[in-house]
Write a protein that binds this ligand. Structure first.
Ligand code: ADP
Ligand code: MG
Length: 380
């Protein structure tokens, strides 16, 4: 079994340094594709390297299968790791690079050849087996590095930002290959580290979003664990809300007027706005923030400018045209809000615009940035 469990895991690199990992409690199920994501420096590589056995665990327990592995040597853990830099041996062919780890272990030559051929098939490297790394593209080199991991037949694959050195088109292609690899190797668990929320959303069955800086010390290292749709639709805090989704969620200062079981009413720029959340635990009159994603603000302009329902009013400051859609930057009373509209929309800077605020598309956060429970049906 390749289940991985972190129990109250902490990591402190030196006595005089703050905790890098604080109370990580996590389970990665057998065969699951789990992505660790978060801003640079939040401890993703540290967590991964602890699974690999390349980093000591300061306190807590790490289990692979049913075995506590805190003190187990890396080679005994049944894990294989793929790094951002491919680190291939330049004087060895693709086949030799892939075979090297097994040769060092003294495996049987025919068994090695068979494993290398199988891995090369999976990764479409068969025609390239006799080439040297310098005659490969970046994407092909990274596939060789993945092949080197596959031949070890690990229980657990660990990827640390494997696509960061590739250009945009190759990143997408290699991302699809990694997703296929996971389907083909259904009994291996995978932990994939990235700072890129798009990679996290597209690859993960489970996302673990890690906090950064002071939040690690106050709330523990893990900000939220869930499916991609959980984190998009039900962010537990403003930190998660702003990290997942691009462009980031708008957060607007408001004041709680009243709260009922299935909705709350807040005061936003002087108007009453209904939000489909349960905010009954918050005192009336307290400062809150309304969250709304740029793609959930429905633009009204021209004749339906004064449409019914609550709306964010402001002046268009700038427009970014992306082709399929455009981003409007709208100066409201209290903020600069981003609104995503269809690509054909063309408006002059300075124009007054209004964007409808639909209760079911709004989030509500308290003063500490913690989310109120949403009361609408949302996709899982
Ligand atoms: P990420 O991979 O999320 O960018 P890391 O796990 O590499 O983050 O690092 C997390 C934090 O731990 C950073 O603040 C980093 O400076 C610190 N750190 C990493 N390795 C060491 C080390 N060997 N000694 C001291 N601090 C370290
Ligand atoms: Mg890292």
């Amino acid at each position: 079994m390749s289940r991985i469990e972190f129990r109250n895991v902490c990591k402190r690199y030196a006595p005089d340094l703050p905790l890098t990992i604080h109370n990580a409690n996590l389970t990665i199920e057998h065969g699951e594709f789990c992505v660790f994501v978060g801003p640079s420096g939040c401890g993703k590589s540290t967590l991964l390297r602890m699974v690999a056995g390349l980093e000591d665990i300061s306190s807590g327990d790490l289990l692979i299968g049913d075995q506590r592995v805190n003190e187990l040597a890396p080679a005994q853990r049944g894990v294989a790791m793929v790094f951002q830099s491919y680190a291939l041996y330049p004087h060895m062919t693709v086949a030799e690079n892939m075979a090297f780890g097994l040769r060092v272990l003294g495996s049987d030559k025919t068994a090695i050849d068979r494993k290398v051929c199988e891995a090369a098939e999976v990764l479409q490297l068969t025609p390239l087996l006799d080439r040297l790394p310098k005659a490969l593209s970046g994407g092909q080199r990274q596939r060789v590095a993945i092949g080197r991991a596959i031949v070890k037949n690990p229980k657990v694959f660990l990827f640390d930002e494997p696509l960061s050195n590739l250009d945009a088109a190759l990143r997408v292609q290699t991302r699809l290959e990694i997703a296929r690899l996971h389907r083909d190797m259904s009994s291996a668990s995978m932990i994939y580290v990235t700072h890129d929320q798009v990679e996290a959303m597209t690859l993960a069955q489970k996302i673990v979003l890690l906090h950064t800086g002071a939040l690690i010390q106050s709330r523990g290292s893990v900000a939220q664990v869930g499916t991609p749709m959980d984190l998009y639709h039900r962010p537990a805090s403003t930190f998660v809300a702003e990290f997942i989704g691009s462009p980031r969620m708008n957060l607007l200062q408001a004041m709680l007027r009243h709260a009922e079981a299935d909705h709350a009413v807040v005061d936003l720029d002087g108007q009453a706005v209904t939000v489909a959340v349960d905010a009954r635990h918050l005192p009336v009159g307290s400062a809150v923030r309304v969250g709304v994603r740029p793609e959930h603000l429905l633009l009204a302009y021209g004749t339906d400018h004064e449409s019914s329902g609550s709306a964010l009013q402001g002046q268009l400051q700038h427009i970014e045209r992306l082709g399929d859609s455009s981003l409007l930057y709208v100066k409201t009373a209290g903020a600069l809000a981003t609104v995503r509209v269809e690509g054909s929309v063309l408006l002059p800077a300075g124009q007054r615009v209004s964007a409808r605020l639909l209760p079911e598309h709004l989030h509500l956060f308290d003063q500490d940035g913690l989310a109120c429970r949403r009361t609408v049906e949302l996709p899982r």
